[in-house]
Design a binder for this molecule. Structure first.
Ligand SMILES: Cc1cc2nc3c(=O)[nH]c(=O)nc-3n(C[C@H](O)[C@H](O)[C@H](O)COP(=O)(O)OP(=O)(O)OC[C@H]3O[C@@H](n4cnc5c(N)ncnc54)[C@H](O)[C@@H]3O)c2cc1C
Length: 273
């Protein structure tokens, strides 16, 4: 099987790609880095007749600042998240976490859009992006709609994307000044088995005024715990333990295998904006 057998040649614009998706509904898929898609096709878990290469569509790979947010184009690859000054300035933890996704081969070709659209529960970006109020941008004629990431992912490999919609970007809202954060990842065989994003916002006096917690990989959907840190100001010594009781609500699918591999900590990324 070669990709070129399947690729529809010379698809040059979003409207053209969306028309083709609608016209060949059920037998066409969008192809970005192919790191997940080609595996599914090889294993005959997905049978499609044609592929549309979204990487060739203009303007989908850009990373821009927009109205106080950062917009990451769908075809930006994991490797490209490491460098852009706009992302390093506004959301430096994204660059740091991207360096620890998968392996160098996957990071070179795998895209942010493919990662989110695939909705694998084992995604680092989707868990981290929940704490950055991630919003997914979907496009089909006549226009686009923005869907909060928390609503976009409905379950494992299941999203709110209609068959003829194209994920064009994800928008992130940087944390307030004075936020410290960490992303902790436990993993095996290159995929995460637990990802936890924690942020703590401190006021000028160093007092904790807010916290965000998102947990991924252990349940069918990654979860943000919205009540954490909102109810009251936390004294610094209370803050680290405050979110922990709520983590019990994550409903792990298989705690036994989790415990077996808990010692494999691949990354802990402290950060300050
Ligand atoms: C060995 C291995 C290890 C990995 N480890 C990690 C890890 O540690 N952390 C992590 O977060 N991820 C990990 N991944 C997942 C990896 O991040 C994704 O495979 C990659 O980002 C998917 O992007 P892609 O461009 O290759 O998508 P593709 O394989 O091209 O597409 C995936 C799916 O998304 C659809 N799609 C692609 N682009 C769009 C679009 N613009 N709009 C709508 N639908 C679209 C495709 O039709 C397909 O269904 C790993 C993957 C592998 C193979």
């Amino acid at each position: 099987m070669t990709v070129h057998q399947y690729l529809i040649p010379a698809v040059a614009s979003l409207p053209e790609a969306a028309d083709l998706l609608a016209e060949h509904r059920g037998e066409t898929a969008l192809y970005a880095g192919g790191t997940e898609l080609l595996l599914l096709m090889k294993e005959k878990l997905l049978r499609v007749r044609r592929l549309i290469d979204v990487k060739r569509l203009p303007g989908l790979g850009e990373i821009l600042a927009e109205d106080g947010s950062v917009v990451i184009g769908a075809t930006a690859r994991h490797r490209t998240l490491e460098r852009p000054p706009v992302l390093r300035a506004a959301c430096p933890i994204v660059a740091a976490v991207a360096q620890h996704v998968a392996n160098v081969r996957v990071r070179n070709v795998g895209t942010v859009g493919g990662n989110l659209a695939f909705a694998d529960p084992h995604s680092d970006l989707a868990t981290l992006f929940l704490t950055l109020d991630g919003t997914v941008r979907l496009w089909r004629p006549p226009g686009q709609r923005d869907v909060p990431l928390a609503d976009f992912v409905r379950g494992p490999y299941d999203t709110a994307r209609a068959e003829d919609e194209i994920l064009t970007a994800v928008r992130l809202r940087p944390w307030p000044t004075g936020t410290v954060a960490t992303y902790v990842k436990f993993g095996m065989y290159e995929r995460p088995t637990l990802g936890v994003a924690l942020t703590l916002t401190l006021d000028a006096g160093g007092e904790a005024v807010g916290a965000r917690v998102a947990v991924g990989c252990v349940g069918p959907r990654r979860q943000r715990f919205p009540g954490v840190g909102r109810s009251s100001r936390m004294a610094p010594r209370e803050a680290p333990s405050a979110p922990l009781p709520r983590l019990a609500r994550a409903h792990p699918v298989n705690t036994r295998s989790l415990h077996q591999h808990q010692s494999r900590i691949l990354v802990g990324v402290p950060d300050r904006t």
